[in-house]
Write a protein that binds this ligand. Structure first.
Ligand code: FDA
Length: 304
């Protein structure tokens, strides 16, 4: 009950445009630096190098929310392009994650598509891969449509499917062969479209992981849940699914020891490394997921 209230409270805060705007001016505060790798491309590349040295591969994400102006979307696209160039120049093992709303999805679909083309052309030239993060349900179908359109031209792009959605299984069926990241789901969605019960979400999560793996498609299992991770390892072992057909993913700053242990066991372990001034919404969603994460905020607040 308390957990649910805390979750809803932080998800509510994550949507505050006023706090989001303020946070951009504050710099990384409230302990956000433990889960966000600085505000510049240089700082994120430095963190990626450190993670690569520990046997972890990465995906970086330039944080950005509430983009409603064309210039902001174009500017965000330029940062993505520059980040791909920086990854290539540094020779680090790292790909890129993007959010379509940051690239103009709420402004004009054509603009968003043009921006994705710019990013994917750079990714293709630098031999890299781009993952479209999945946002809240209001953007779900548009994201899948955009992916379909982009896949006609590029094979170095994939997206994310959220296990809390009732439609996950059917949607996955249409995405056979496409590299997908599978997650439980981070947003507050209505009972009309999504499971609300954690046990049901976990059960559906395992179901869709098995489903995508069995089609031979490359699957990224993005979770901090050690029980799920163990079940996936066991399932892959029993079904002769090769280790180069899947990877585990976790967020920067979370379960660092487990991340390294998984890499030591010979699995691909990818760390999602966010960076940028627009850290507020991302940080609030992480606090919502796990009340224990609030200790990050408290420690950060006390050490200001
Ligand atoms: P969950 O939070 O359900 O925890 C399950 C159990 O794992 C806990 O009870 C605890 O035992 C253990 N555990 C979890 N965290 C722990 C910790 N920090 N320390 C110790 N034990 C811990 N969502 C989305 O909607 N769209 C997206 O594009 C993405 N992208 C994405 C990328 C990556 C790399 C990750 C890891 C996650 C996402 N997500 C996401 C977020 C995802 O949907 C989900 O909200 C979070 O991962 C939280 O769920 P978990 O599966 O990690 O476990």
């Amino acid at each position: 009950m308390v957990e649910k209230l805390t979750k809803n409270f932080f998800l509510y805060l994550s949507k505050s445009k006023v706090l989001n705007k303020g946070a951009k001016r504050w710099g990384l505060r409230l302990g956000a630096s433990q889960v966000v790798a600085g505000v510049s491309i240089e700082s994120v590349i430095k963190s990626v190098k450190e993670l690569n040295d520990k046997g972890l591969v990465c995906t970086v994400d330039h944080l950005g929310e509430f983009v409603f102006k064309k210039e902001e979307a174009v500017q965000a696209t330029t940062v993505c392009v520059d980040t791909l160039e920086a990854i290539s120049e540094a020779g680090v093992k790292c790909n890129l994650s993007v959010k379509l709303t940051q690239l103009g999805l709420d402004i004009d679909k054509r603009l968003c598509l043009d921006n994705m083309n710019r990013i994917l052309d750079t990714a293709r030239r630098t031999n890299n891969f781009v993952r479209i993060d999945m946002e809240d349900y209001t953007h779900y179908h548009q994201t899948l449509e955009m992916l379909k359109e982009l896949r006609r031209k590029y094979n170095n792009v994939g997206t994310v499917i959220q296990a809390y959605l009732y439609s996950a299984k059917d949607d996955l069926e249409k995405l056979k062969g496409i590299p997908l990241r599978l997650v439980k789901g981070a947003y507050k969605e209505s009972a009309k479209v999504a499971f609300q019960d954690k046990k049901k979400i976990d059960a559906n999560y395992m179901k869709i992981i098995k489903q995508h793996l069995l089609t031979g498609s490359y699957t990224a299992i993005a979770t901090h849940d050690h029980r799920i991770i163990e079940q996936v390892k066991e399932f892959c072992h029993q079904n002769n699914i090769p280790r180069n057909q899947f990877e585990f993913q976790m967020l920067y700053g979370f379960r660092k020891e487990l991340q390294e242990e998984i890499a030591r066991q010979g699995y691909t372990m990818r760390v999602y490394v966010p960076f940028g001034k627009d850290w507020y919404g991302y940080f609030m969603r992480r606090l919502a997921e796990r009340p224990q994460n609030v200790s990050f905020a408290l420690k950060g607040f006390l050490s200001r």
